[in-house]
Design a protein around this ligand. Structure first.
Ligand SMILES: Cc1ncc(COP(=O)(O)O)c(C=O)c1O
Length: 394
């Protein structure tokens, strides 16, 4: 019955949503209204970094629920869980990223980062990458690198130029008028595309040359998905502004952008209230996020990510699989044909495994399970995939 109401009353984003009626989720599993159990290889689009209802996250949320919920707009009162979260993030970050602005979503953090870059540099041009995704609000949409996807929503921000990700030749477009270059450290929607060795360093060097900032969007690859707490740490480079979200919240809505005090204090003066939010830094959400970071650290979950990647790569060998993109637990199976990707996603649901697509690369199927998924469940899910591909081949 709730499926009918879902289709009647809740706005849809595609003509044919999956429509799975969820009644429970725990660990790496989701349960539907028929009592069927699904192994989750998607994790809320990389958001459930510790799986569903991790006991430590639930405990932290409950503890905060018993104290207070929302009390004041962002940035005015001292609320321990939010302060502790920012301090904990700082412990993982280099000296120029020690101050954090907490938001309610990734796209809202992108908006804040864009404003900060304009305010600090006194410039207004942005450079973004083709096939990028940074969110759905109008600033973030202006940066979106797929023309067709913006159809009907213009006019958007006028001064955004696009470069090809990984193209050194395109870097000449970063010029004296550029406020910031904004890139996903690993391109998500495009197909989990890794930056070439030294590419991000070249971009940073060019930014420094012309006085532009480098903003890295790690809303998807951040918070351990690649095996490092932040993906940029793999590439020997430091952004001027780091944007995160998704996996930080442990299943609750969050976003954040981190920078230096020197940049961030621009929001404080002339005019003050440069960027404000009612619920950003909500104490319940912050408690959940803090416990995510503590759990990742205390349980050394990131130490096992590369072993998990190796297992997936070893198990997913099949003539239908062209290649596997990505790194850590941000992997994408790439097929020759779009129908093969579609068949796999649909058939896997029937066989109790949740898989899903990437935004723009129609030949890809994402594998972004909870970071703490067991080796046993990884093996089980990969075996289901291989069996489906065998059946499709016959
Ligand atoms: C790289 C990237 N940037 C920005 C966003 C937008 O984040 P949110 O959906 O939390 O607003 C997403 C979400 O998918 C993302 O993957």
């Amino acid at each position: 019955m709730s499926l009918k109401d879902f289709l009647t009353y809740q706005a849809k984003t595609s003509p044919n949503p999956i429509g799975l009626e969820v009644i429970k989720a725990k660990g790496s599993y989701i349960y539907d209204s028929n009592g069927k159990k699904y192994l989750d290889f998607v994790a809320g689009i990389s958001a459930c970094s510790l799986g569903h209802r991790h006991p430590k996250v639930i405990k932290a949320i409950k503890k905060q629920l018993d104290k207070f919920l929302h009390v004041m707009v962002y940035g005015e009162f001292v609320q321990k869980s939010s302060v502790d979260l920012c301090k904990k993030l700082a412990s993982f970050l280099p000296s120029n990223l020690k101050v954090t602005f907490l938001t309610n979503s990734g796209t809202e953090a992108i908006e804040g980062a864009m404003k900060l870059a304009k305010r600090y540099t006194k410039k207004s041009k942005f450079i973004a990458a083709r096939n990028s995704y940074h969110g759905s609000t109008q600033g973030a949409l202006s940066l979106l690198g797929v023309k067709n996807q913006k159809k009907g929503y213009g006019p958007l921000l006028p001064e955004v130029n696009f470069i090809n990700f990984n193209s050194s030749e395109d870097l000449f477009k970063i010029d004296d008028n550029t406020a910031a270059v904004i890139l996903e450290t690993i391109q998500g929607g495009a197909g989990f595309i890794l930056p070439k060795l030294d590419y991000l360093r070249e971009v940073k060097r060019k930014c420094e040359e012309v006085g532009a900032l480098l903003i890295l969007d790690e809303i998807q690859p951040g918070i351990g998905r690649t095996g490092k707490m932040f993906a940029f740490q793999k590439y020997n480079i430091k952004p001027d502004i780091l944007v995160i979200g998704k996996g930080l919240g442990g299943g609750l809505p969050i976003g954040a952008f981190c920078s230096s005090r020197k940049l961030m204090e621009k929001f404080e003066y002339k005019p003050s209230l440069g960027h404000i939010s009612t619920f950003g830094g909500n104490p319940v959400v912050s408690s959940a996020a803090l416990s995510v970071l503590n759990t990742l650290e205390n349980e050394k979950i990131l130490d096992k990510i590369s072993e998990k990647e190796k297992l997936i790569r070893a198990l997913l060998k099949h003539k239908k699989i062209k290649k596997i993109n990505g790194t850590g637990l941000m992997l994408a199976i790439i097929f020759e044909k779009q129908e093969e990707a579609e068949k796999l996603v649909k058939e896997s649901m029937k066989r109790g495994l949740i898989l899903f697509y990437l935004l723009w690369n129609k030949f890809a199927v994402r594998i972004t399970p909870p970071l703490n998924i067991s080796f046993r469940d990884l093996t089980k899910g990969c075996n289901i995939i291989i069996k489906i591909l065998d059946d499709i081949s016959n």
